[in-house]
Write a protein that binds this ligand. Structure first.
Ligand code: SF4
Length: 555
């Protein structure tokens, strides 16, 4: 069987980093790990071609070659996902689809024209699909019916199918699932609350394979929560450390984790020793009432700012996600987030408005309350308005969101913040030595780096009004904390993306807000519309939640 694997296009997002990737001559941040894992699970007697549409085009010869087309997508990739299914069907191809989007919304996936729906986790449903194809079936829907596979049997992803020069980072996965219960989270719906991990030997074999194939990027452990199973992570980290030492630290690692990482100094030390340098934390908001309401209890146990500072002081750069628009949230939530980011000197803070993802606890609650908006799943991303009726005016939340993003990525404010961050690290920070942090002199002075550096110096060191700060901070860091000057320049490179992206956020949100307000006023003049959203506190499942009443008036 000849299978063409297609990964649809992502819209521009906080994570797409276009301008920063241009600097280092890469096309996308991360490869489609799910799809190359699918290729590893399918029979190895099949032939595969992979086209990640974020880094390359499908040519007519690919369509002609394929006997079956397989797509995997997240909800944000919906538009191109549907377009590629159409393109395949026009050419008379059988199409199989899977991944988070078809799994969350199988009705939409079925309506897309796909022949096979391979839902839930592929370790269980891909063998069902293969059996059906081998029996000559031409369509089918395969579900795991609540069963969760052990990932100890998951084979090494087919990294060989990737264009190794296209990606800024490589992706590996150690665990699936998360023990927490955040109301808005789709991870626990898709992968459950009992984290399942690979063995250290499996992960080391994956690292060996990357090395063997000549990958030289950093490695993102894309686990939903890397420390969801702390016991197993503590077995893994010494193995990564020993492997890294043996191979002269070929990879730097970053990952995603819950903030209770700060309560475990031993774990943080182990991560730093294994050459982890950054960690993404879902902080969401400094407003404790909102955290409790959204069941993010793990973020309410300790002072959030103390936790961030502890992680930073250990030598792990914190990247963090923040959200506005929780039920019952008081005015000024956006400002409070900006103040928190400034106080903790988090260099890279992702900011978004709350969205209800399909099948999450939030989704079901809002559905019950009649608050989901029409076309709810049409296009959910960081440049779209909320997909439900919030408890305070949409306009107020949207303006706080745009203003917050604008402030966070103001060029002066950003440089001041990252400089404060490097001061916080301190000269005694146990973060990697120069060889591990900056790479060898040869790496630092590669042609790509020289080119990136020239563009950066031209834009930030000469053209922009922040030029003086850029140089002062660079020389101060070189003098006070020389291990980090390369890191400083890399973060300055990321700013190229953020400064463009904040404009995109502002333009898109303002356009949609104008349409939304116009629609509201049309509804009001027709005397049919939502007049009031009342939020009363009620106790449910030991959690104080808001009971929302949506009132409509009719002529
Ligand atoms: S900690 Fe993160 S992954 Fe875990 S449930 Fe909450 S949002 Fe989801």
């Amino acid at each position: 069987m000849r299978a063409l694997l297609i990964y649809p296009i992502f819209p521009k997002s906080f994570w797409s980093f276009e301008k920063a990737l241009e600097l280092v001559n890469r096309k996308a941040l991360l490869p489609p790990l799910g799809l190359i894992t699918v290729a590893a699970i399918l029979p190895q007697t099949w032939e595969f071609r992979m086209v990640d549409r974020n880094v390359g085009e499908i040519i007519e010869a690919d369509w002609d070659w394929a006997e079956i087309v397989i797509l995997s997508a997240m909800i944000v990739q919906k538009e191109d996902f549907l377009a590629q299914i159409q393109a395949a069907k026009q050419r008379g191809k059988r199409v199989a689809v899977g991944g988070p989007y078809p799994t969350a919304l199988p009705g939409e996936a079925e309506a897309s024209g796909a022949d096979f729906l391979i839902l839930d986790e592929g370790e269980i449903t891909l063998p069902m699909f293969v059996a059906a194809v081998e029996q000559g079936e031409t369509s089918g829907i395969f579900r795991a019916n609540g069963e969760r596979p052990s990932v100890e049997l998951t084979p090494i992803p087919r990294f060989d199918l990737l264009d190794k020069t296209a990606y800024d980072l490589m992706a590996l996965q150690f665990s699936r699932g998360c023990p927490f219960q955040c109301e808005f989270c789709d991870i626990i719906v898709l992968y459950g609350r009992k984290p399942r991990t690979k063995t250290p030997e499996q992960l080391i074999a994956e690292l060996d394979r990357l090395l063997e194939l000549g990958f030289d990027q950093g490695v993102f452990l894309v686990d939903d929560n890397f420390i969801g199973n702390k016991r197993n992570v503590k077995l893994l980290l010494p193995a990564i450390k020993a492997w890294s030492q043996r191979h002269n630290y070929p990879f730097r690692f970053l990952t995603e984790a819950s903030i209770d990482l700060a309560q475990d100094p031993e774990l943080m030390d182990m991560m730093v020793e294994a050459n982890f340098h950054a960690v993404f934390l879902g902080i969401e908001t400094p407003d404790e009432a909102s955290l409790t309401l959204t069941r993010k209890f793990q973020n309410t146990r300790d002072s959030l700012s103390e936790s961030v500072n502890s992680i930073t002081r250990k030598g792990l750069r914190v990247m963090a996600g923040f959200i506005v628009g929780f039920d019952g949230e008081k005015s000024g939530a956006g400002d409070r987030i900006v103040q928190f980011v400034e106080k903790t000197a988090i260099p890279t803070a992702m900011f978004s408005m709350l969205q209800a993802l399909p099948d999450t606890a939030l989704w079901h609650r809002l559905q019950k309350e009649g608050r989901l908006l029409e076309q709810t799943t049409a296009n959910i991303n960081q440049t779209t308005l909320m997909n439900f009726i919030p408890t305070r005016p949409m306009e107020e939340i949207a303006r706080e969101y745009v203003d917050g993003f604008w402030q966070l990525y103001d060029s002066h404010q950003f440089l001041d913040r990252i400089y404060r961050y490097y001061l916080m690290l301190g000269t005694e920070s146990p973060i990697r030595d120069a060889k591990k942090s900056a790479g060898s002199v040869g790496q630092v002075l590669s042609w790509t780096t020289v080119r990136a550096l020239s563009i950066l110096v031209w834009r930030q060191g000469i053209k922009r009004s922040t030029r003086l700060k850029f140089w002062i901070y660079l020389f101060r860091i070189m003098g006070q904390n020389p291990k980090f000057w390369v890191d400083y320049l890399k973060i300055c490179g990321h700013f190229e993306h953020f400064s463009e992206y904040r404009q995109l956020v502002r333009d898109n949100i303002e356009t949609q807000l104008a349409e939304f307000l116009e629609q509201q006023s049309r509804l009001q003049s027709a005397s049919i519309g939502i007049t009031e959203v009342k939020a009363n506190e009620v106790k449910a499942n030991d959690v104080t939640v808001k009971e929302v009443t949506v009132s409509e008036s009719a002529a």
